[in-house]
Design a protein around this ligand. Sequence first.
Ligand code: MRU
Length: 359
Amino acid sequence: MTLQAIKYERGRLDILDQLLLPDTSRYVPIKDTEDGWQAIKKMQVRGAPAIAIVGCLSLGVELTNKTFHKLSDLEEFVVERLNYLVTARPTAVNMADAAARFIDFMETLVVEASLDPEEAKNRIIQEFESLLEEDITTNKQIGKNGAEDILKKCGNRPVRILTHCNTGSLATAGYGTALGVVRCLHEQGKLKEVFCTETRPYNQGSRLTAYELVYEKMNATLICDSMAAILMRQKDISAVVVGADRVVANGDTANKIGTYQLAVVAKYHSVPFYVACPLTSFDRSKESGAEIEIEERPFEELTFIKGVKIAAEGINCWNPAFDVTPADLITGGIITELGEALFKHMILEYILIGPGLDL
Ligand code: MRU
């Protein structure tokens, strides 16, 4: 059994409240898109794929409990709600990608003018539901591709991995992206040790990743973010593997704040730096990382921990939640479900490797 951040059955959605972890495991019901928007904004659910899945399923639950007499009313409602869900957090592209996909799907339903609105409603709910299984299948493939590439580069010897933030079962429908790679290495008996950063200020690493790694009984060690350089100098790190919130056309990648500095340090120490993410994290409408909107979060996330003040009264704060790693620092490559994309000052079309790719 892996950890389950999202519990869903038709008409009912419960999410594990990630604000309470690791001390308390409590599921909260999400009854409609307003609950979904709030849970995403407050980060009760977080991680790019999980945000999109919970957003869409919250609409699924709301639709289940509503009746539509006209197809156009259903369409208007679905489009408006999907666009609203996109506004909860700006940096991760996955919710926007899902919204575009389902708005397209809605349009194909509307073309069938004779379709009963309730039948159309069931079809769109089914599409939302398919995200859960799709995400797990994708993550397992990412894990396999990543483990294979890392082991190839390391002469098939057991490896030591450093990861950042939380990209595991709690950030996805299950298994995880960067943590899926770590999980796959562990399953193959090839993981000597995994290090996770605390991931200040919100501590997704110490609260969530550490929780997952202990739960999975991996040989795992926690470090402060500021220990990454000494770790790479002294601990024979085979690779750094992180997730992504948005990968743009030139390969620049937005991910949790602190990712950029890890990539700089990895390059200095000649440690391969990998990004692991599904193709739904790609945004080819933006040319470079400079165009990505970086979410800024409340100062209190820096100055308080569990209600206890940890900073001097009156200090100014700056709290960007993400940073952008330039493509040329992603020296290991970008691992997707289709294979590995290597970004070395090249554009996306020429460098994604894998079968069946149609960009
Ligand atoms: O602010 P968060 O916790 O939502 O940020 C999460 C990350 O940055 C993850 O690395 C990213 O979303 C990938 S999760 C598979």
